[in-house]
Structure formats: structure tokens, C-alpha cells
Design a protein around this ligand. Structure first.
Ligand code: M6R
Length: 615
């Protein structure tokens, strides 16, 4: 959720921290702060509001321009404990003012630790869980004859329970800072003029491409001329850095008004990059997945586990696996899977879908599935992320960095992977007749070109959005794959435009929710499944009869939707099984333009964060 950064070196620390925090603002943006050592003084500046509030203050006070600061840590916050406020913003100082901490994660035993520290005389100034860390580090630091920051952090992490990525500075040690992680991402950047930490790689790309990914329960001592890595017991660890070869531009807006619209335009390339290397001579090639016909035939259940948009991709995956492989599939929201005592055996396969690879509920649900014996396959975008590292096998989506909080191109690429996997499994199991296999592979290969055609029609979606951005409530109804698509279309709309929206199976509305349809209510109806068209047209008539305005999203040549809908968006001709990966794009554009017309902050919608690393 929150973003943390740190720097030590010859460069000017404050501009580096603010610039790097700017690349992490998608992780949280209700407050921001920095702690830095100037001479032998530790200074903290933190403010409620966007990063720009903090940056303006550092500029107005002349602090930014004055220079001469060579070590510091910074933070952008997504509030968990305590409302967004100056006091609750990070960094949090220890009582002596010598130690400052930035933290991403949740300290689960903070109440007990807080009571203990209060009994020792520590005074708390915020409502956060993080403040216990500042005081605990200080407690261990002052408990020894000569303060040792690294040792104090090592002792502190033995006592805290929960999740954390930490950056800790101490005014007595201007030549180093300390970082630690457990279940919250943290990477170390090795630069020529200094070294860095960050919650995510894009924050470092302007400065370095040599990165060490920290593992759980590791602690690092970062100095300007070197980095030492330790396990939780303080034993040294050697790890080679990895080289990041993405383009820095991939994490910039590149002339688009928002990251979201840029990322929607990247969908054809992202889908092509995800599928092309995995199709050879008309067959699916997935060396990442060593599954065999025997294993697939013995499989008792495929569990698809994910959150949010990735979960909606998983709903499409269920249809595909069941249809193509005839293996039963359950799809779970990760936070439910964890606690519902699911039936998983060593014959089960768990497919874990996550753009970030760091969503805590998804990560822990994967561990649950694994403990119960399932083979875990990750469909993940971020290389080297926690889910990618812990899964038994990983199939990477090649969406590139996704910065906008609302997921777009990641969904299309998750679907691309969710076509590849069941098609490959069906090929392995000998379940797919040769000619149908070829049709499917051809259909998949044609998707990027068709996405290009959808994007050429974006003005018609924009026009429709201009007519409806004042809507109070928008419904999406669909059947089969169109229902799965409707769920994603509705989520996209509500998260960035704040318009109330619901998605329902076409046949379910009349069991209650149709009571909400009144004169002028907008109902969006994807109708891409010819086998279900008659039934859907019946549902469209039901809502029309109650006064709804209907936008149809159609593929195929039938004129019948035209007869009942008020407006239509025509998708390129596509095999029905592949319609969701095309039809989602107009739905994303619709949400985008509605949010723009409403004047919403499209890339940073209220209350949300890109990477949800808390439960
Ligand atoms: O990184 P993940 O794919 O695991 O994230 C899962 C959800 O948090 C994410 O899809 C969220 O729903 C997005 N804001 C949707 O646009």
C-alpha cells in the first residue's frame, strides 16, 4: 500500500526522495513525508495530502534548494491505523528524536507493544501501528553501551508481528541507514554515486538498473559505497543484483493525459508480448509449466485465487478451463479462500493471479493452497515479486509496468494467459480436436490487431460517456463470459468515477435488483455470446420495459440487438470464446471518459492504492 524510499550517497537527497516518491504515489497518496540528516540533526517534514503538498513546502522553505543532505528516507501513505493527518504521516520519530522510521505494512501486535512501551515511559504522538517500531528501535539502541542501528533493527524485528518494509535512519549514524522486509516488497538499488531502497522498481529506474530484491525477514545496512545483507539472525547473505532492462519511458506518461489511457493504448502490444513467444507452429508452448497429461487427468480441482480485477480475469478462466479441459474449477476471492477451509488436495492445482505479485491476501491464500498440497501456478506481471518467487511455477504476463491504480492492460494480459493455459492443458490432455485447436490459436493471435481496431473507435465511446457522466447509477448485465466481463466493467467504472454500479447475470436481475431500474437508468449489456443472445435480448426487454436506457456491446452480425438497444458499440468479429479480451477495452474506455468528464483524479482514485499489501 504505502510507498517507501531511501537514499544515501553523494547526490542531493531531497530531490531524489521526492522524485522517487512521485513514482510510488500510486501506492498511497493521503500523506507524504521525509526524514533526513543534515549535519548531525535529524529532521522530519511530513504533511497530510498529496506529495505535491510536501514538495511545495520543502521548496518554499528553501530546504530543497539548500542542498547538502546525503541520507534520508521518504514515504507516501495509504492510511490503515489512524486517519490521514500530519501526525499520522510517516516518518515516525522516536522520543529522543534520534531515530526515524518509514513503514509499509501492518504491525499486528502493536497494541501489546504500545502498552509495553508506554509502561517503559515512551510517549506516543500518533494513532499508527508504525510508531511502536520507532520506539522499539530506540529502546534497543539505548539499551546497549554503544548504539548500533543494525543490531537494534534486528532485535526489533524479532518482536514485531505482521508485515513490514522498513527504512530506518539515526542521527548518530549519518553514514548509513537500515532496511528490512517481511511480506511487503522492498528492493535495493545500487547506484554509482550512492545506494537506494524503494517499494517498487520504477522509483529507482532514473538512478540505477542494478537491483537486489530483498527476501522476507532480511535486513540490509545501506551505505553510500556498499550494501550488506543479513538474515533475521544477523548472518551475512550474498546475493547478486539483477539488471532491469525495461525502458524508463514505460513508467512515464509519454504524452498521454493519464497513465490509465496510456495503458489502455498499450493493450495490443501487451497482449502480443504475452502470447507471441508462447505460440510456435500453431501450438501453445509453455516451458514454464511442466504439467503432464497424467497430472492433468488426475487433477481433482483447479482453484483460481485472486483479488479485484485479477479475480474477474479468474472468472473468465473458470469458463475456459471447464469448457476446454472438463476439470472442475472454483474461483475464489483470496481473502475468502484463506478462511473458508477449502477442500484442496495434492491432486489440486491452484492458479494465483496478480498483477503486482504482492497482494497480501493473494500471497497468503497461495501459501494456504500450497500447505494443503496444491501445485501453485502464478500468473504474475511483476518479475521477481513475492507471488512469482513463491509459486511452484510462474507464467509471466508481459504487460510492462502498470501505474494507474485502475488495472487495464494487466487484465487483458491475464486473460491472454488464461487462454494459453487451458488451451495448452487441453492440448496435453488430447481434448481439443486439431481443427478447433488451430481456430483457437488463430483467434488468439488475431486479438492484438483487433484491439487496435477497438482503440480506433474510442471517440464513439467518449461520445456516449459525455451523455451519461451525470448518471447516479449504472448497471451491467451479461450472461456466461459476458457476466464475468460485466463484473470487471462495473468495478472499473465505480473505482475511478465513484458512480454506483452493479453487475448481474442477465437472468438474476429479476430476482430483486430490477427494483432499482427506473426511467433513464443506464444499463450496459455485453452481448458477445451467440448461444445466449436470445436470453439476453429477453433481459434487455425487461429493463427497457422499466424505463432503462440500454447500451449494447456486441460482436457478430445479428441485427437483433439493434432493435432493442438505444445505442450499440460494435466489436470486431471474434470467436465468442475470445470476446472478453476485446470487449473489456470499450468498457475501460467508457469508465475512463466518464471519470474524466466528472473531473475525477483518474490515476489516483480516492481511498485506493495500487498494491494492496495489507489484509
Ligand atoms: O496486483 P493484483 O493484481 O494482485 O491486485 C489485485 C487488486 O487489488 C486490483 O486488481 C484492484 O482491484 C484494481 N484496483 C482494479 O482496477
Amino acid at each position: 500500500m504505502c510507498g517507501i524510499v531511501g537514499y544515501i550517497g553523494k547526490g542531493e537527497t531531497l530531490p531524489i526522495l521526492i522524485d522517487s516518491l512521485g513514482k510510488l504515489e500510486y501506492r498511497g497518496y493521503d500523506s507524504a513525508g521525509v526524514a533526513f540528516i543534515d549535519g548531525d540533526e535529524l529532521t522530519v517534514v511530513k504533511r497530510k495530502g498529496r506529495l505535491s503538498v510536501l514538495a511545495d513546502e520543502l521548496t518554499a522553505s528553501g530546504r530543497m534548494a539548500r542542498g547538502g543532505v546525503h541520507v534520508g528516507v521518504g514515504h507516501t501513505r495509504w492510511a490503515t491505523h489512524g486517519a490521514p493527518s500530519d501526525e499520522n504521516s510517516h516518518p515516525h520519530l522516536s522520543n529522543s528524536g534520534r531515530i526515524a522510521v518509514v513503514h509499509n505494512g501492518i504491525i499486528e501486535n502493536f497494541s501489546e507493544l504500545r502498552a509495553y512501551l508506554i509502561s517503559l515511559g515512551y510517549v506516543f504522538r500518533s494513532d499508527t501501528d508504525t510508531e511502536v517500531i520507532s520506539h522499539l528501535v530506540e529502546h534497543h539502541y539505548t539499551g546497549r553501551e554503544k548504539g548500533n542501528l543494525l543490531q537494534s533493527v534486528l532485535e526489533t524485528i524479532q518482536e514485531i508481528e505482521g508485515t513490514y518494509a522498513l527504512g530506518v535512519v539515526c542521527s548518530d549514524s549519518p553514514d548509513l541507514f537500515v532496511a528490512a522486509r517481511k511480506d511487503s516488497p522492498l528492493v535495493i538499488g545500487l547506484g554509482s554515486d550512492g545506494n537506494f531502497i524503494a517499494s517498487d522498481i520504477p522509483a529507482l529506474l532514473q538512478h540505477t538498473r542494478e537491483v537486489i530484491i530483498m527476501e522476507d525477514r532480511e535486513v540490509a545496512e545501506i551505505r553510500s559505497n556498499g550494501v550488506r545483507l543479513f538474515d533475521a539472525l544477523g548472518h551475512g547473505i550474498q546475493r547478486q543484483p539483477i539488471h532491469i532492462d525495461w525502458d524508463v519511458d514505460a513508467a512515464e506518461k509519454g504524452g498521454y493525459e493519464h497513465f490509465m489511457i496510456k495503458e489502455i493504448h498499450e493493450e495490443p502490444k501487451a497482449v502480443r508480448d504475452t502470447i507471441s513467444p508462447r505460440i510456435r507452429d500453431g501450438r501453445i508452448v509453455l516451458p514454464e509449466l511442466p504439467w503432464t497429461r497424467e497430472q492433468l487427468e488426475a487433477c481433482d480441482m483447479i482453484h483460481i485465487i485472486a483479488c479485484g480485477t485479477a479475480y474477474h480475469a479468474g472468472m473468465v478462466g473458470k469458463y475456459l478451463f471447464e469448457h476446454l479441459c472438463r476439470i472442475p474449477v472454483s474461483v475464489d476471492v483470496a481473502s475468502e479462500f484463506r478462511y473458508r477451509d477449502p477442500i484442496v488436495t495434492d491432486r489440486s492445482i491452484a492458479i494465483i493471479i496478480s498483477q503486482s505479485g504482492e497482494t497480501l491476501d493473494t500471497l497468503v491464500a497461495m501459501r494456504v493452497a500450497r500447505e494443503k498440497g496444491a501445485t501453485c501456478i502464478g500468473i504474475v506481471n511483476v518479475v521477481g515479486s513475492s507471488i512469482a518467487r513463491e509459486a511452484d511455477h510462474v507464467v509471466y504476463t508481459h504487460a510492462g509496468p502498470e501505474i494507474a491504480v485502475a488495472s487495464t492492460k494487466a487484465y487483458n494480459t491475464q486473460l491472454a494467459a488464461l487462454y494459453l493455459l487451458p488451451l495448452h492443458a487441453a492440448e496435453c490432455m488430447g481434448r481439443l480436436p486439431e481443427d478447433r485447436d488451430r481456430q483457437c490459436v488463430d483467434a488468439l493471435l488475431s486479438i492484438p490487431g483487433k484491439l487496435d481496431s477497438v482503440l480506433l473507435e474510442k471517440e464513439s465511446i467518449q461520445r456516449f460517456a459525455s451523455l451519461h457522466f451525470n448518471a447516479k447509477s449504472i448497471f451491467f448485465i451479461g450472461r456466461g463470459l459476458d457476466y464475468a466481463l460485466s463484473m470487471e466493467a462495473s468495478l472499473k467504472l465505480k473505482e475511478i468515477s465513484y458512480i454506483h454500479s452493479e453487475a448481474y447475470p442477465g437472468g438474476e436481475l429479476k430476482h430483486g435488483t430490477i427494483a432499482l431500474i427506473e426511467e433513464g437508468t443506464l444499463v450496459v449489456c455485453p452481448m458477445t455470446q451467440p448461444a445466449l443472445l436470445d436470453k439476453m435480448l429477453g433481459n434487455v426487454r425487461e429493463v427497457k420495459a422499466r424505463g432503462a436506457t440500454v447500451l449494447g456491446l456486441v460482436s457478430g452480425t445479428s441485427n437483433r440487438p439493434q432493435e432493442v438497444c438505444d445505442a450499440l458499440f460494435q466489436l470486431p468479429e471474434v470467436d465468442a470464446m475470445f470476446a472478453p479480451i476485446l470487449a473489456v477495452t470499450p468498457a475501460q474506455l467508457f469508465a475512463y471518459y466518464i471519470a474524466v468528464y466528472k473531473g475525477c483524479d483518474v490515476d489516483k482514485p480516492r481511498n485506493l492504492a495500487k498494491s494492496v499489501t495489507v489484509e
